[in-house]
Design a binder for this molecule. Structure first.
Ligand code: PMV
Length: 321
């Protein structure tokens, strides 16, 4: 049976950076995110007893090597649960342009997990699917539930999974992604997590996490946009401080990134409220309310270093289509 699943990418307001357990992808802290309506992966999986190995077709091109091995390893995990030996054909496309620097591992592994589990006839709960997706790529576990999501760090594989705090219709806030460059990713996020501990600021970062998660959840509950945005922005800078002070140092920001940040600050000075956050790449996610969306989109599009602006609101999690 061929199963097709659509899964969103997600943007973390409280980030996951650093692991307590590398193999199980157990994070060093809990994180909070929103699924993105405009950036998603569509994946179909079909197991076939005639296949001699797994096949991965990504954006219409057959993929081999490391990317393929990671997918095969994930399929092995699902096969072992289902006690199946069949290989699979996996076809996956991202709706966001390749090279736009939008990470595809979260949406990719969320879609792969749900499609493969269903295709092999496993009927798994959302919690189990989130745990499985986490084993493929940490942040993928947050693309399984709906809307605004919390990934509780847990203390074991079984207790580290994501759940929805609020559905996608809960709060009409937007994430305008100002794309300024490709994600050079000389160092992948997997390798990046591994060196987080080497930053002298890492311990300080982690010591403030519990309170920060509680505070942003409270702001989310109250729909206090100002508090929510302030925490989000400070958190992004906190994570990039750890990145830039680790050994080796990781510089994900480009000149265009700082250009966009300065425009966000200017907009705020003019009374147009918006806040930025940045993942392991140069693009800037500008968070705003609906009433300011158009104005901000125009300002971002007019910045020389911005190639394109992708518009997102909250979306539901991975779904069979
Ligand atoms: O899931 P990974 O290994 O790609 O790590 C994601 C890391 C960040 O995007 C930088 C932060 C996050 O929580 O999404």
């Amino acid at each position: 049976m061929k199963i097709t699943v659509k899964a969103p990418a997600n943007i973390a307001f409280i980030k996951y950076w650093g692991k307590r357990n590398e193999k199980l992808r157990l994070p060093a802290n809990s994180s909070i995110s929103m699924n993105l309506s405009g950036a998603y992966t569509t994946t179909s999986v079909e197991f076939d007893s005639k296949l001699k190995s797994d096949i991965l077709i990504l954006n219409n091109k057959e993929v081999v090597g490391r990317e393929m091995e990671r997918v095969s390893k994930h399929l092995d995990l699902i096969r072992s649960i289902a006690k199946s030996k069949n290989y699979a054909q996996v076809k996956s496309t991202n709706n966001f342009p390749k090279g736009a620097g939008i990470a595809s591992s979260a949406s990719g592994f969320a879609a792969l997990t749900v499609a493969a589990a269903k295709a092999v006839n496993l009927n798994l709960s959302e919690k189990k699917l989130s745990i499985l997706a986490r084993l493929g790529s940490g942040s993928a576990c947050r693309s399984i539930p709906n809307g605004f999501v919390e990934w509780k760090m847990g203390n074991s594989s079984e207790s580290s999974y994501a759940r929805s705090l609020f559905g996608s219709e809960y709060w009409n806030i937007y994430d305008l992604i100002a794309v300024v460059g490709e994600n050079s990713k000389k160092i992948s996020s997997t390798e990046g997590h591994a060196v987080a501990e080497s930053s002298p600021f890492y311990k300080t970062r982690l010591s403030g996490m519990k309170d920060k998660v509680a505070e942003i959840k409270s702001a989310l509950k109250r729909k206090d946009f100002t508090k929510f945005g302030e925490i989000t922005e400070a958190e992004a800078i906190n994570m990039h401080t750890v990145m830039m002070t680790s050994v080796p140092p990781l510089y994900y920001l480009l000149p265009g990134t700082l250009d966009v940040i300065s425009h966000v600050l200017e907009l705020r000075e003019k009374g147009i409220e918006c806040y930025f956050t940045i993942d392991a790449g140069p693009n800037v996610h500008v968070i705003c309310k609906e009433e300011n969306k158009r104005k901000i989109q125009k300002v971002l599009s007019d910045i020389k270093s911005v190639k394109t602006v992708l518009i997102n609101r909250a979306a539901c999690g991975a779904r069979v289509i």
